[in-house]
Design a protein around this ligand. Structure first.
Ligand code: PEP
Length: 258
């Protein structure tokens, strides 16, 4: 299977940005510029704006996603948000293991795995984020880090559940830094991840799993990254906060433009 058989996925991770007015204006700008549904488009606003964003996009193909979740349904977990609560807000997808959750907040592979499984069990698309830090890259450990984070993150995830998983390869040194992996380096990491999925499941699962790139993707580099055969879209931070930039990246993901 080639890239053309996988529907591109482009997500905008707003992180801890926007306020209510800015979120509404940003989602309006994105929604009004979407041309067709050739790309799965998701936005990941802060929790407190999720319901407003879902209401705003109801009836459209745009997915509203959460930046994180908790793995238990309810109970004494002060400050946490369950998958059930997210479903109540019409959330359809959730990021798990984003590098800021792993390296700023301190989430373990085991916690990421629980969240990933809870998201899948709740009927969401789990966007499992993996990637190496700069020192790990310099030590030649990129593929080993991706492998260990993917194996741990997908522990107990069945082959049939893999249709609910998108893998985001996000080299930590490229996130929010303006530094981007070269298309060739990113392609190499993606191809190795796809080969890993084939060994963990089978070739057809590997061929149908979307593997997206994140790390300072912007309008100026999105085309060449997404033209690579194993790069099936992007997870966008900074550039997703400007509707026109995010739309240009979505456009770069259109199958006919690659
Ligand atoms: C991200 O937050 O996942 C990300 C890739 O951020 P940025 O595009 O700003 O590097």
């Amino acid at each position: 299977m080639t890239q053309a058989n996988r529907k591109p996925f482009v997500g905008g991770n707003w992180k801890m940005n926007t306020d209510s007015a800015a979120a509404l204006s940003l989602i309006d700008g994105v929604a009004s510029g979407l041309k067709n549904d050739a790309v799965d488009v998701a936005v990941f606003p802060p929790f407190v704006y999720l319901r407003e964003m879902s209401d705003k996009t109801s009836g459209s193909d745009m997915l509203v996603g959460a930046q994180d979740c908790w793995f238990e349904s309810n109970g004494a977990f002060t400050g946490e948000i369950s998958i059930e609560m997210l479903k109540d807000c019409n959330v359809k997808t959730v990021l798990t293991g984003h590098s800021e959750r792993r390296h700023v907040i301190g989430e373990s592979d085991q916690l990421v795995n629980k969240k990933t499984k809870a998201a899948i069990a709740g009927g969401m698309i789990a966007v499992l984020c993996v990637g190496e830090k700069l020192d790990q890259r310099e030590a030649g450990q990129t593929d080993a880090i991706n492998e260990s984070q993917i194996k741990a993150g997908l522990d107990g995830v069945s082959q049939s559940d893999m249709s609910s998983v998108v893998i985001a390869y996000e080299p930590v040194w490229a996130i929010g830094t303006g530094k981007t992996a070269t298309p060739e380096d990113a392609q190499d990491a993606h191809a190795k991840i796809r080969a890993l999925i084939a060994t963990m499941y089978d070739q057809s699962t590997a061929d149908s799993t979307r593997i997206i790139y994140g790390g300072s993707m912007k309008p100026g580099n999105a085309n060449e990254l997404m033209a690579m055969p194993d790069i099936d879209g992007g997870l966008i931070g900074g550039a997703s906060l400007v509707a026109d930039d995010f739309l240009a990246i979505i456009n770069a993901g259109q199958p006919q433009s690659v």
